[in-house]
Design a protein around this ligand. Structure first.
Ligand code: FAD
Ligand code: FES
Ligand code: MG
Length: 274
């Protein structure tokens, strides 16, 4: 059992939890994730390690409440326990020292982006960050990024903060101004990562992305998380989840992510009158 040390809300539907998990805290590196089972007998869901503290033996997760399991997790409070917290899983992301790095985070994608950009800063890079969201309130970790980044630029669909539009509009603007980056790290919804890669590929800028296909076991056994990278079949849970974005077959990822949509969106008729 894993104790919830701290819980706070970052947005109406996004929460952060600090969990006492000594083994994971001792071993984990940026880019890795955990498989969380909230209660005995429940389903296991993958969540990125958003931060960790080796001394306090704690691991931070940031999750958006989107369905049954994340709702169950959100019902837990400080001092409560969660049943399983298996990890660290996946490959730590390969972060080489670079001069100038641009981080791009879409929605809750800012959470897995954070430890990677912070590590880049620790490795001596100058870092800028673009955060995107539907409105300003959907943008998370803005202050946390500001604490160590050069510039933190925002893009919102409704113009409530920063540029009215998408993160790609800000990216295009930065590149048009002549900004040069040795690497872009982009984490967010698949269509956003695809659109960013369309731009960076043209400019020849190495771009790391993090893929989040459906994962069942998280250990390379079930094949659920199959992706194609550079024409080769990979399993995101053991070969990723971070990959060279310039090589990812995003169209296949988008197709596979929608595979269970019909089942997810079924409307339960039990208990309805008539
Ligand atoms: P459901 O109603 O069951 O599903 C809602 C949506 O969540 C689905 O449409 C699907 O896109 C996704 N999903 C559902 N089950 C899974 C599954 N087993 N594996 C992957 N995706 C699933 N979300 C966060 O909010 N924060 C994170 O840090 C985070 N990190 C992730 C890291 C990885 C490596 C992966 C693969 C996914 C990550 N996700 C993260 C997505 C998160 O796992 C899903 O939001 C969660 O499983 C939803 O569960 P649910 O029962 O609440 O919703
Ligand atoms: Fe089963 Fe990756 S989740 S192979
Ligand atoms: Mg679920």
């Amino acid at each position: 059992m894993y104790r919830i040390l701290q819980k706070d809300r970052l947005h109406e539907t996004v929460e952060r939890m600090v969990i006492h998990a000594p083994f994971v805290a001792r071993k984990c590196e940026p880019g890795q994730f955990v498989m969380v089972r909230i209660e005995e007998g429940g389903e296991r869901i993958p969540l990125t390690i958003a931060d960790y503290d080796r001394e306090k033996e704690s691991v931070t997760i940031i999750y958006q409440v989107v369905g049954y399991s994340t709702r169950l997790l959100a019902e837990k409070e400080e001092g409560d326990f969660i049943s399983d917290f298996a990890g660290p899983l996946g490959r730590p992301v390969d972060l080489e020292p670079k001069k100038r790095v641009l981080g791009i985070g879409g929605g809750v994608g800012a959470a897995p982006l954070y430890p990677q950009i912070r590590r880049m800063k620790e490795l001596g890079a100058e870092v800028d960050v673009i955060l995107g969201g539907r409105t300003h309130s959907f943008i998370i970790l803005e202050e946390e990024f500001r604490a160590f980044s050069g510039e933190v630029l925002l893009a919102t669909n409704d113009g409530s903060a920063g540029t009215k539009g998408f993160v790609t509009d800000v990216l295009k603007q930065l590149l048009a101004e002549g900004r040069e980056y040795d690497e872009v790290i982009c984490i967010g919804p698949l269509p956003m990562m695809k659109a960013v890669v369309d731009i960076t590929k043209e400019k020849g800028i190495p771009t790391g992305v993090s893929l989040n296909p459906i994962m069942i076991d998280g250990t390379g056994m079930c094949g659920g998380c199959r992706v194609t990278v550079g024409g080769e079949t990979m399993f995101a849970c053991v070969d990723g989840p971070d990959f060279d974005g310039l090589l990812v077959d995003f169209d296949e990822c988008i197709r596979r992510q929608g595979m269970y949509k019909d089942m997810e969106e079924h409307i339960c008729l039990i208990g309805r009158e008539g």
